[in-house]
Design a protein around this ligand. Structure first.
Ligand code: NAD
Length: 443
């Protein structure tokens, strides 16, 4: 099949590469000339495990092409995927300007039947807006061709995006007409062989499914963070509690890890957008608002612990920071808890020596020439001359560090762990104090 993808970010590029990998012919279009130039040279603009080889061999085979030419992109595909960003608007709603710009471009250049597929996360009712935008452009050009708009939200996780796309738990397709249903069945046939993964439903349910999924996951995290905060005040250990509740199959072990708050490009904006949609429909989404409020304050918990340890005097202190990305296996810094921590530390007069396996370039872009920020080549370099160590992201290489070396390198023997990677007694053997999330009274 011939497929056009608008947007070559985490979702668009992975979708394009994976569809080419199974034999489809794909053209990826982006307005970012620099990104397209780099992709044509085989340079992947994001860090995503396993993506580079499939982009390069599908580009070499000619099944995956890149362009900035809108007309060429619209003409190319029978299926037109919209995979551009939907960031939060000022009022928390999803900003649809990029999605509707693509819809406008499709309407300006389309001359024959196409299926337009919303893969971006978009509020309920967006398919209607996309349809109207295209119709208006066609009308203005005096072109009368049929088209369908389908909702096909994406559920991949950054850090495991290729694997998720290749072996999805489910593929949600929202359509109320038969023609696109058959085309999408064919498109996803290679991903659907050993058991049925495609769930067809109406468009509005498909749009809401994506928000419901992210809101549920965010709720699990905020719930655990709330219980963790309570555990600290009650002298309980959240890690015991986690194991205790996870063993109930109605609860399960997945996604119930407490920490220093969720970040990334999806949960924060999608929880806000769902609450905003509810507000527009005169419904007060109390739970969603609480999930967001708990998360916002959780991002300050590490700073409060550091500040408390140093009796509120952080002026001139140097903090070694391990982990900058909002989660492991990605370079994505959007809404990362590390940013809140660093900004609070700088405001308090402290400086930061940071290391992250993949997110250093992104951090540099966000904080160019930031006084008080030193990006270090290794996690050991970040420790040199620092007063304490703080961990914000649970990268594998932080799980079993040389504690003796840590104890020798930092001035005050203390580790603040936003991801509960270690054990207090274990660190105690090296003379290190340990402050984590929700682990008893001394926290
Ligand atoms: P991203 O910011 O990484 O990429 C968006 C890309 O779209 C950018 O390269 C930008 O230049 C391009 N773009 C903007 N306007 C364009 C236009 N008019 N034509 C062509 N390209 C244009 O975004 P992302 O993380 O890939 O997310 C895309 C959508 O998918 C969002 O709605 C997001 O909520 C959703 N989503 C993201 C993830 C994730 O893990 N990142 C997972 C599931 C769903």
């Amino acid at each position: 099949m011939r497929i056009t993808i608008f947007g070559t970010g985490y979702v668009g590029l992975v979708t394009g590469a994976c569809l080419a990998e199974v034999g489809h012919h794909v053209m990826c279009m982006d307005v970012d000339q620099n990104k397209i130039d780099r992709l044509r040279q085989g340079i992947i603009p994001i860090y995503e495990p396993g993506l580079e080889p499939i982009v390069s061999h599908n580009t070499e085979s000619g099944r995956l092409q890149f362009t900035t030419d809108v007309a060429e992109a619209v003409t190319f595909g029978d299926l037109q995927f919209i995979a551009v960003g939907t960031p939060s608007d000022e009022d928390g709603s999803a900003d649809l300007k990029y999605v509707l710009a693509v819809a406008g471009s499709i309407g300006e250049h389309m001359d024959e039947y196409k299926v337009v597929i919303d893969k971006s996360t978009v509020p309920v009712g967006t398919a209607d807006k996309v349809r109207n935008t295209i119709s208006e452009k066609l009308k203005a050009r005096g072109v009368s061709t049929e088209f369908d708009v389908v909702s096909n939200p994406e559920f991949l996780k950054e850090g495991a995006a290729v694997a998720d796309f290749m072996k999805p738990d489910r593929i949600i397709v929202g359509t109320e007409t038969e023609r696109p249903r058959e085309l999408l069945r064919e498109l996803y046939y290679p991903f659907n062989r050993n058991h049925e993964r495609v769930l067809f439903m109406d468009v509005r349910s498909a749009e809401l499914t994506k928000y419901a999924a992210n809101a549920m996951l965010a709720t699990k995290i905020s719930f655990m963070n709330e219980i963790a905060n309570l555990a600290e005040r009650l002298g309980a250990d959240i890690e015991n509690v986690r194991r205790g509740i996870g063993s109930d199959p109605r609860i399960g072990y997945h996604f119930i890890y407490p920490g220093c708050g969720y970040g990334g490009s999806c949960f924060p904006k999608d929880v806000k957008a769902l609450a905003r949609t509810a507000h527009e429909y005169d419904y007060d989404a109390r739970l969603m608002n609480a999930v967001e409020a708990v998360n916002n304050s959780q991002k300050y918990v590490l700073f409060d612990k550091v500040s408390h340890y140093f009796k509120g005097d952080l002026n001139g202190k140097t903090v070694a920071l391990w982990g900058l990305s909002f989660k492991p296996k990605t370079d994505d810094m959007r809404e990362a808890p590390s940013r809140v921590l660093m900004e609070k530390l700088w405001a308090a007069g402290a400086s930061v020596q940071a290391f992250d396996p993949e997110a250093m370039e992104e951090t540099q872009k966000i904080y160019p020439d930031q006084p008080g920020l030193q990006l270090c080549g290794t996690k050991e370099q970040a420790l040199k001359g620092a007063d304490c160590l703080v961990i914000c992201t649970e990268w594998k290489e932080f799980r079993s560090p040389d504690f003796e070396q840590i104890a020798a390198a930092i001035r005050f023997p203390v580790v603040f762990d936003g991801r509960n990677l270690y054990d207090e007694q274990m660190l105690g053997r090296y003379g290190l104090s340990y402050y984590a999330i929700g682990r008893g009274l001394n926290q």
